[in-house]
Design a protein around this ligand. Structure first.
Ligand code: NAD
Length: 456
């Protein structure tokens, strides 16, 4: 938050007057502990014991039940009430496995968590594990599991002080994916991800090195000269990847600066050119002999109400944000393109989910990205390639700095975390999705929006 209005709203006078103040979010620092206090792992599901063991092995302190593992709602309630917290009686996270719940009555364990939720530290985490309701034949079973999503999304809106609530859905024996997703949601990597649902399937995948999960990987990032793209390049490089930073020739100097900072190479290229995909593949292969990750981040806005929309505005936004990805993917996913086990992330937007006034072209292009991701995931699954969309909400960049003053402040605060996100928040989510350990997550849309009130 950098402008005058924000300075006024966060001033001591405004604080005294009771203007709600955003909490400083806990963001990921390499080497820092996953959590700053105890975690309560509870619930009746089959993963609770494994999650508890895993958390213990990671060195997390467990706010555990004095009387052991909860295996019924009643026991879980006792555990929730009696669970030990840190020295101050507080807990940093609650992980509740309810993936075995089949009847709405099984959800009684949730209100029993209230005393622990009350003791949640700032920047706390609530993670609820469920079973993917899609494909459940029994209506009561499907209803019970779907109810968890409503619970999580509502709780996300109730939590304060930078705390978040997220939901992991499992399909089959999804231990690897579950562990990876829970680690992401506990960590500062997910600081601005709130009220979201991630599905994990049975695909196996682990990080060879948790500190540098992308070691040895070659990652191409488009639109890398500034904003979110520059931050994606920085974070992927921090996690071990070798970066190919792509941007238009006009962004020459800033692109070179980013490429130098991350010790990668710059590729001056307009993503709408017909040979863009082929040039990206050729660059990665000839320089580095491999090609593991693509982040399709380049994007533009040309806002106008539809009644004032001219053809060039429509065409340019659709071409840069959507058609270029479809074209590039022919080469990137074709023979000699992305290596087996490759990763792709496309930048969508909450405007592509909820729509946005003045953005029929942009909203169409970003919704199109989501369609592209869903269909492509099925095509490349056999090659171990994943493709996901990340949909940012209000992120502090040059793009959003151009929004008029008052609209900008409203956009920034209209979410459960009551603040705009940083490019780094988007980059951390993408860095997680492209890890080897995130193999079980594909074809999904993950919003990085602080649980924006816009859309789902
Ligand atoms: P930005 O305008 O700051 O940066 C976009 C970059 O893409 C620029 O460096 C630009 O030169 C490059 N680019 C544009 N057209 C290109 C082309 N034809 N070929 C190659 N490079 C090109 O934007 P940002 O805010 O960093 O946004 C990055 C992505 O995130 C975009 O896809 C945007 O739609 C999406 N997004 C941003 C926000 C936000 O709040 N900033 C919200 C939702 C989605």
């Amino acid at each position: 938050m950098s402008d005058l209005l924000t300075t006024i709203l966060t001033s001591p006078v405004a604080k005294k007057a009771g203007v709600p103040q955003p909490t400083r979010l806990r963001r990921y620092e390499p080497g820092a502990p996953l959590l700053d206090g105890p975690v309560l792992v509870t619930g009746t599901g089959p993963y609770a014991a494994r999650l508890r063991e895993w958390a213990g092995a990671l060195g997390l302190s467990l706010a555990d039940a004095p009387n052991g593992t909860a295996d019924r709602a009643g026991d879980a309630a006792t555990e929730a009430t009696a669970g030990r917290g840190g020295a101050d009686g507080k807990v940093s996270a609650i992980v509740a496995d309810l993936s075995d719940a089949t009847d709405p009555g099984d959800l009684a364990v949730l209100p029993a968590l209230a005393p622990v939720v009350k003791r949640l530290r700032s920047n706390g985490r609530v993670i609820v594990v469920g079973t993917d309701p899609a494909g459940l034949a029994d209506p009561a079973h499907a209803a019970t599991q779907r109810a968890l999503e409503g619970f999580v999304r509502s709780l996300g809106k109730e939590l304060r002080a930078g705390s978040t609530a997220n939901h992991v859905l499992v399909r089959g024996d999804a231990w690897d994916g579950l562990r990876a997703a829970v680690a992401f949601f506990l960590s500062g990597r997910s600081a601005y991800v709130d009220g979201q649902v991630v599905r994990v399937d049975e695909t196996r995948g682990t990080n060879p090195d948790e500190a540098r999960p992308l070691d040895g990987k070659v990652a191409v990032v488009t639109g890398a000269a500034r904003g979110i793209g520059a931050e994606i390049a920085t974070v992927l490089a921090r996690d071990g990847a070798t970066i190919v930073a792509v941007d238009v020739p006009a962004a020459g100097e800033s692109l070179a600066r980013v490429a130098n900072q991350v010790h990668g190479t710059a590729l001056h290229l307009d993503v709408t050119s017909p040979d863009a995909g082929a040039r990206i593949v050729e660059h990665a292969r000839s320089r580095y002999g491999r090609f593991d990750v693509v982040v399709h981040n380049a994007g533009i806005t040309r806002d106008k109400l539809l009644v004032n929309m001219d053809q060039p505005r429509w065409d340019s936004v659709l071409d840069v944000n959507l058609r270029s990805i479809l074209r590039m993917n022919e080469a990137v996913l074709g023979a000699g393109g992305l290596d087996e086990g490759g990763r792709m992330v496309c930048l969508a937007s909450i405007a592509g989910i909820a729509g946005n006034r003045g953005q029929t072209n942009y909203g169409a292009s970003k919704a199109g990205v989501i369609g592209l991701v869903t269909a492509t995931a099925a095509q490349v699954r056999d090659r171990g390639i994943t493709i996901n969309a990340v949909a940012p909400g209000f992120i502090e960049t040059e793009m959003t700095a151009r929004i008029p003053f008052a609209t900008r402040e409203v956009g920034r605060r209209m979410n459960s975390l009551q603040q705009g996100g940083l490019p780094r928040d988007v980059a951390e989510t993408i860095a997680w999705l492209v890890q080897p350990g995130a193999a079980a997550v594909t074809g999904q849309v993950l919003r990085v929006c602080g649980q924006s009130l816009l859309g789902a």
